[in-house]
Design a protein around this ligand. Structure first.
Ligand code: GAR
Length: 192
């Protein structure tokens, strides 16, 4: 049970299964509130968040990279932690500087393998299968000004069988993500 007020801002551009798992994990915590932010006005994650009673905020490229809209929103919510969950844009330095060690990301591979610009979602799993990797996994890390680069917090592995399709790998990875990401968020909040 968290005694102080906590606000978690989740950035997501897609389906939002990780966002939903995190929100659900903390549903008994009366002092934790959420917002979901997205650059995609039609991202399924937005409707899912609204159905859970979570406020949403959308923004365009200029508002994110050239203006202070997003930073001001995060400040107005007194955001404790920023959680990237399937968010594909590089976080600009004005946000990084205001949230040092308070932004985390999940990547669906064992970084530094299969990371960097353009490496996201199914593209990662396709590359893993094409390269006949024997294992893959997840990486949860702090966010800095480079793609998939900051200090690693947790890595968990799964086996990739020869017969596995990229979809099979995606399913294994999502299982790992859904279990570990909420628990890593909890551990970080406990350390703050
Ligand atoms: C997750 O697998 C996450 O690791 C990945 O996008 C997926 C989002 O799924 N993120 C990246 O590839 C970032 N480089 P979700 O929308 O169902 O949570």
């Amino acid at each position: 049970m968290f005694k102080r007020k906590i606000h978690i801002a989740i950035f997501a551009s897609g389906t939002g299964s990780n966002a939903v798992k995190i929100i659900d994990f903390f549903k008994e915590e009366k002092n934790i509130s959420f917002s979901v932010l997205s650059n995609k006005k039609d991202a399924p994650v937005l409707e899912k968040a609204q159905n859970l009673g979570v406020e949403t905020f959308t923004f365009n490229r200029d508002e994110f990279f050239k203006q202070e809209e997003v930073l001001n929103y995060l400040k107005s919510k007194q955001t404790t932690l920023v959680v990237l969950a399937g968010f594909l844009w590089l976080v600009p330095s004005n946000i990084i500087k205001n949230f040092t060690n308070r932004i985390i990301n999940i990547h669906p591979a064992l970084l530094p393998k299969y990371g960097g610009k353009g490496m996201y979602g199914m593209k990662v799993h396709q590359a893993v299968v094409e390269n006949k990797e024997k294992e893959s996994g997840i990486t949860i890390h702090y966010v800095d000004e480079q793609y998939d680069h900051g200090t690693v917090i947790l890595q968990e592995k799964c086996i990739v069988e020869e017969k596995d399709t990229p979809e099979d790998v995606a399913q294994k990875i999502h299982q790992l993500e859904h279990y570990h990401y909420p628990r890593v968020v909890e551990a970080i909040l406990n350390m703050m």
